[in-house]
Design a protein around this ligand. Structure first.
Ligand code: URA
Length: 245
């Protein structure tokens, strides 16, 4: 584990130990105070500087898919986007994080979760012992809906096969769906997210486990909910730990 991460976890009041073989954070104390959790997933000053931007080289099949997505005109969103936002991260990742759709920052930079919500997502990942580069981050939609409106059902359907192909190629061991839109569209349900939390789901037509939690943008508006998110992340970590066990 990196020194910055140890410090990060200590400052958030989480006791951790590391399985040197698996190099995964294995245990997280249960008695985390609300204020510590809040500090944990807010504090931006402890987040390491992002690596200098470079063009990500994907394996051929994923690169081909990215290229196909970049010229997609399957729905109206292609007329208003600056560029498509395919996804970023480790093409071999165990963890796939799925959000809703690019916002203004993401549309400009071509990378998911780069705005304030993205900073918070990075913190959530660090709290789990995961660096952004270790996971793969993608969205339900690859193009920004104008004015950040909710995705329309036709847009979700048009984009669906891209996400499914990403999942087939990356072969993650677990999906973390952040936010209502991601959770409901991924799992094809209309259950309120508050009711979905705390349960384990499977990606349709597969055994791939899915855990649902609140969107970091929601946490920016409702910081008191961070405690619940930390509970969800702990469920996800426990589940992940037992996948190969
Ligand atoms: N919110 C999302 O759901 N995805 C992004 O990429 C950015 C913000």
């Amino acid at each position: 584990m990196q020194a910055y991460q140890q410090q990060y976890l200590k400052e958030m009041g989480i006791d951790v130990w590391v399985d040197r073989q698996a190099e995964q954070v294995l245990n997280v104390s249960e008695d985390i105070t609300a204020s510590n959790v809040s500090k944990a997933i807010t504090s931006e000053r402890q987040i390491p500087e992002p690596a200098p931007k470079s063009v990500q080289v994907f394996p051929e099949a994923l690169a081909t898919l990215k290229k196909e997505v970049s010229t997609c005109e399957k729905c109206e969103l292609h007329t208003s986007r600056t560029q498509t936002v395919f996804g970023v991260g480790n093409p071999d990742a165990d963890w796939l994080i799925i959000g809703e759709a690019p916002g203004a920052d993401e549309d400009r930079q071509g990378e998911p979760f780069v705005g304030r919500a993205g900073q918070l997502l990075n913190s959530m990942l660090l709290a789990m012992g995961l660096k952004r580069e270790q996971v793969f981050i993608a969205n339900i939609l690859k193009c920004r809906p104008p004015d950040n409106r909710d995705p329309k059902i036709g847009e979700v359907i048009a984009c669906e096969s891209y996400l499914r192909q990403q999942i087939d190629l990356i072969k993650p061991k677990i999906i973390l769906a952040v936010g209502r839109i991601a959770a409901q569209n991924l799992l094809k349900v209309d259950t309120p997210i508050g009711k979905m939390r705390g349960n384990q789901y499977q990606y349709p037509d597969s055994k791939l486990p899915v855990i649902v939690t609140y969107h970091p943008a929601y946490l920016l508006r409702s910081p008191r909910e961070k405690r619940k998110v930390w509970e969800d992340l702990k469920i996800a970590m426990r589940l992940y730990k037992n996948i190969d066990a």
